[in-house]
Design a protein around this ligand. Structure first.
Ligand SMILES: NC(=O)c1ccc[n+]([C@@H]2O[C@H](COP(=O)([O-])OP(=O)(O)OC[C@H]3O[C@@H](n4cnc5c(N)ncnc54)[C@H](O)[C@@H]3O)[C@@H](O)[C@H]2O)c1
Length: 370
């Protein structure tokens, strides 16, 4: 009897599968895609190779050759580049083309592109026939060190970004730094902001290595990129492993460092700031708040401003704060007027490598920044 209700309770066991997956990083590693796909789909016949209009012409042919070499019948699906492609309509178009191509549960999807392709195609893999295996082949620095790691896949709704999604871990991630040669500097910079974030959160050593290597990174030196990308992936993966489904109050949430103010600036700046550039300014904001609340010893803003300059990222936070009306920024900070009085988990730093969670309202944040 429970609350006066007669009931029978059965505990249904669900054996937990290991969701571990390899991440392979190295110049030329894209050539191993076919062998990796065969390992993941030993009985598979078809592969859906998903990319965008910029990336497919550059790397689609070598991905296809590698897959065909392993006997896969490859069909391609190409989307328009950019965030507007992460829509329900694009998801349905991709799922329909997978049905029409005769893809089955034993088959595989390959996401070849930046975070937009990875998120959309990964979500299609999560829901197609209740989930099929997929490989992430990230081609932007941001996707290599961030979006392809951790199993989050999603699309946007008119009401906001990433509102429909899943945790669907890839079978494998293949990261070839050589593809970054064709990536515009501005996009590379966006990835560097996230890389700096990993260093600031978890590793003074990675932070220093990144700053020392700034020129080599922009020169696309493959061995330097391989080393820094693998370290950054390792730092993010370790954080995800502690809290895979984002349920802890001091796990994956730490990865939001720089994102609270970053997202708000991105929202009010429209197309003037790329996401990574806004995150860079958000990192400076986190440093200022850490200094002004005496969470840190007062040294972080100077340090992080210097880091942003070294990495060729925008650093003039005050110009953006002054150029934005307070209420607009406050609204963007709290996403929704109704939540303005609510506290949020703001990620600050005691020092490089020592993050803390501070409960704060949008109003607190603005007051401390101005
Ligand atoms: N799932 C996650 O955990 C996670 C984490 C961070 C970001 N994201 C998502 O990632 C997306 C942003 O990803 P992004 O910054 O990679 O953007 P993107 O996918 O739009 O790529 C940026 C641009 O670079 C081009 N491009 C990609 N690779 C190239 C290459 N090698 N050479 C030349 N051009 C190339 C693309 O065509 C595009 O025009 C957002 O939708 C964001 O929500 C997801």
């Amino acid at each position: 009897m429970n609350g006066g209700v007669d009931m029978v309770t059965l505990d249904v066991p669900v054996p937990a599968a290991s969701l571990e997956y390899p991440v392979r990083v190295g110049a030329g590693v894209l050539e191993t895609l076919g062998a990796e796909a065969r390992r993941l789909a030993p009985r598979g016949r078809k592969v859906a190779l998903v990319s965008d209009d910029n990336v497919m012409p550059l790397y689609g042919a070598s991905a296809r050759t590698s897959l065909e070499h392993e006997g896969f019948d490859v069909f391609t699906h190409t989307i328009r580049p950019g965030e507007p492609s992460k829509t329900p309509a694009q998801l349905l178009a991709l799922l329909s083309s997978m049905v029409e191509a005769g893809l089955g549960r034993q088959d595989l999807l390959v996401a070849l592109g930046g975070g937009v392709v990875g998120d959309l195609a990964g979500f299609a893999a999560a829901v197609f026939m209740r989930g099929i295996a997929f490989v992430q082949c990230p081609t932007t620095l941001l996707a290599q060190i961030d979006a392809s790691i951790g199993g989050k896949v999603a699309i946007d709704l008119p009401q906001g970004k990433n509102l429909v999604g899943a945790f669907h871990f890839p079978g494998s991630v293949i990261i070839d730094p050589q593809v970054l040669r064709s990536l515009p500097d501005e996009e590379l910079g966006c990835g560097l902001a996230e890389m700096l974030k990993h260093g600031l959160l978890f590793s003074p050593r990675h932070t220093q290595a990144l700053l020392d290597a700034a020129d080599a990174i922009y020169a696309r030196e493959a061995d330097v990129l391989t080393s820094l990308v693998s370290t950054s992936v390792g730092l993010k993966a370790a954080c995800v492993a502690r809290d895979p489904m984002e349920r802890s109050s001091d796990g994956r949430v730490l990865l939001n460092l720089g994102h609270t103010v970053g997202h708000a600036l991105e929202a009010v700046a429209g197309f003037e700031l790329r996401h990574g550039q806004a995150v860079g300014l958000g990192l400076r904001a986190a440093a200022r708040i850490s200094d002004r609340t005496r969470t840190s010893a007062g040294h972080l803003e100077v340090l992080i401003t210097g880091a942003l300059e070294r990495l060729r990222l925008p650093s003039d936070l005050d110009a953006w704060l002054e150029g934005t009306p307070g209420p607009e920024l406050e609204r963007a900070l709290s996403h929704d007027k109704k939540r303005e009085a609510n506290t949020m988990s703001y990620i600050a730093l005691v020092d490089v490598g020592r993050p803390v969670v501070l409960p704060m309202t949008a109003d607190d944040i603005l007051r401390l920044l101005r």
